[in-house]
Design a protein around this ligand. Structure first.
Ligand SMILES: Nc1nc2c([nH]c(=O)n2[C@@H]2O[C@H](COP(=O)(O)OP(=O)(O)OP(=O)(O)O)[C@@H](O)[C@H]2O)c(=O)[nH]1
Length: 157
């Protein structure tokens, strides 16, 4: 998506002045059938020791050298959740200017996977519909909720 980055916590100072490298991140919105024509999506909490620990987000992480978004996402979902994603659909992207980094979030929908969810980093997880019940939500995850709202099908009965 083009346009100015979303500025998270604008009152806080940025780590470096001037040009900052953009960090590419792969993020997965796991979608499951919640019955009666509705869908749910998975949110996880950021583990202790990471920036914004305890905030709710979508699973994923930074691309490693030479990786595509899909490759990085498949690796991250294995590392964090213990599942093998088998249907990954690139969806939207968004730049976020955080105090700690400038990130380009490459969101994908994950429509199928193999294996049972296992929180391998001690994170919490929650299947959510709209409006969400978890808090606080990471600034860079909030726009996803608006996109899902606009698409429809995720509202609670
Ligand atoms: N996973 C994930 N990261 C997000 C989301 N929204 C968002 O702004 N981010 C940002 O994207 C970056 C992802 O970094 P991370 O720390 O989770 O990635 P990682 O697992 O590779 O971290 P590591 O360096 O500790 O191994 C963070 O700056 C995080 O704040 C989201 O919904 N999910």
């Amino acid at each position: 998506m083009s346009g100015a980055p979303l500025k998270a916590d604008p009152q806080r100072a940025r780590d470096q002045a001037g040009e900052r490298q953009v960090v590419e991140v792969a993020v997965g919105v796991l979608v499951c059938d919640a019955g009666e024509g509705r869908q749910a999506f998975l949110m996880t909490s950021r583990p202790e020791g990471k920036v914004y620990a305890g905030y709710w987000e979508f699973p994923g992480g930074k691309l490693e050298q030479g990786e595509s978004v899909t490759e990085a996402l498949v690796r991250e979902l294995d590392e964090e959740l213990g599942v093998r994603a088998t249907e990954v659909q690139p969806w939207r992207s968004l730049q976020v200017d955080y105090p700690h980094a400038l990130v380009n979030l490459n969101f994908c929908k994950v429509l199928a996977w193999q294996g049972e969810l296992a929180m391998r980093e001690g994170q919490r997880f929650a299947w959510q519909d709209l409006p969400t019940r978890v808090a606080p939500i990471l600034p860079g995850a909030l726009p996803v909720l608006e996109w899902l709202q606009a698409e429809g099908g995720f509202e609670r009965a």
